[in-house]
Write a protein that binds this ligand. Structure first.
Ligand SMILES: Cc1ncc(COP(=O)(O)O)c(C=O)c1O
Length: 337
């Protein structure tokens, strides 16, 4: 499928990092157990970059821009168990860029594995320079690091947390191009595309491209990060506006309704929920697919609950985007005890 929009999207500077398209697969056993809609899983956890995840799409455009500017060093941000940080470390390794990760202690999870296993272990293995700090010290750590890198003559490109710059969000638009093609080939018309939403780049890209391609589905973000879900809506709106300002001939005619569900976050970002842990255990044994307790497992629990509540009929098709995150399972081993 090509049109003026897809032509424009494909000509943006891009560094290929992933394995595309990611599969769209039916979860037959979970669908049967729930007796509800047919559940399709978009396997963005198989996107590549050191156990995969949703950041691969964003990083293709972000590193494309960075390399076009002659960058040799990437600096980015996240929580200690940031999947974005780990995927950025892998992306940098694969193209020979230096990678600095400023990881802040924003999650109150008291088990030692959190600070040494999972993503943070992989970050070091992938050759990234890891700078851990308290949340309040993030700006100071950044200023110091940037000054040091400048002294060393590094050509730095900064990527915001989650890769959720407008360009990163546009990377995620490619997921919709794949979904439009895959659903057409399968002859299905999904009612909803559901996923975990945090720094907003994923949902922005999905909403933006779904509007541009006039897809019939509703994009439903499951809030896993913001204490007030209105923040999520405001950020997605702002990112859509910035895309329109940067590329005026690609702007949406109007900002569409943004759909967010706040019922599945639990007490805070990074705190597992009982429903999330149960869903992870159940679906691991039922379908042989792993989810994580911070992001994709909460989206999975949301979908299961929405089906239990009767919000989908047995003739519906629904897509759950598996945004990755399984690298953090080792850091959360205590949650499963
Ligand atoms: C595994 C996983 N799923 C979902 C998300 C949410 O994506 P976004 O930050 O683009 O909203 C993230 C990133 O924060 C993630 O790491």
């Amino acid at each position: 499928m090509t049109n003026a929009f897809t032509d424009w999207l494909t000509q943006l500077p891009r560094q290929t990092l992933g394995h595309w398209p990611t599969p769209l697969v039916l979860l037959p056993r979970l669908s049967a157990e729930l007796g509800g809609p047919r559940i399709w899983l978009k396997r963005d956890d198989c996107s590549g970059l050191a156990t995969g995840g949703n950041k691969t799409r964003k990083l293709e455009y972000l590193l494309g821009a960075a390399l076009a500017q002659g960058t040799d060093t990437i600096v980015t941000y996240g929580a200690v168990q940031s999947n974005h940080a780990r995927q950025t470390a892998a992306a940098c390794a694969s193209v020979g860029l230096q990678c600095h990760l400023i990881l802040s202690q924003r999650v109150d999870w008291p088990y030692p594995a959190y600070n040494s296993q999972g993503n943070v272990f992989l970050d070091s293995l992938l050759g990234a320079h890891v700078h851990q700090c308290e949340v309040a010290d993030t700006e100071m750590t950044r200023t110091k690091l940037l000054a040091q890198l400048e002294d060393q003559g590094a050509r730095v490109y900064e990527i915001p947390a989650g890769g959720s710059a407008p360009l990163g969000a546009l990377g995620y638009a490619n997921c919709v191009l794949e979904l439009a093609q895959q659903t057409e080939q399968l002859g299905i018309q999904p009612k909803t595309v559901l996923h975990a939403s945090a720094s907003c780049g994923t949902q922005t890209g999905l909403v933006y491209a779904s509007e541009r391609l006039q897809c019939d589905w509703q994009v439903l973000g499951i809030n896993v990060y913001h204490p007030d879900p209105a923040t999520l809506v405001a950020r997605i709106t702002s990112l859509l506006e910035k895309i329109g300002e940067t590329y005026p001939d690609q702007a949406l005619a109007k900002i569409p309704d943004i759909h967010v569900n706040h019922a599945y976050m639990g007490s805070a970002y990074g705190q597992p929920t009982e429903a999330g842990l149960q869903a992870i255990r159940w679906v691991a044994g039922l379908e042989g697919v792993l989810f994580d307790p911070v992001y994709s497992g909460k989206a999975l629990a949301a979908l299961i609950d929405q089906i239990d509540l009767g919000n989908f009929s047995h003739t519906d098709d629904v897509i759950l985007i598996h945004t990755g995150g399984v690298a953090s399972l080792a850091a959360y081993v205590d949650a499963f005890k």
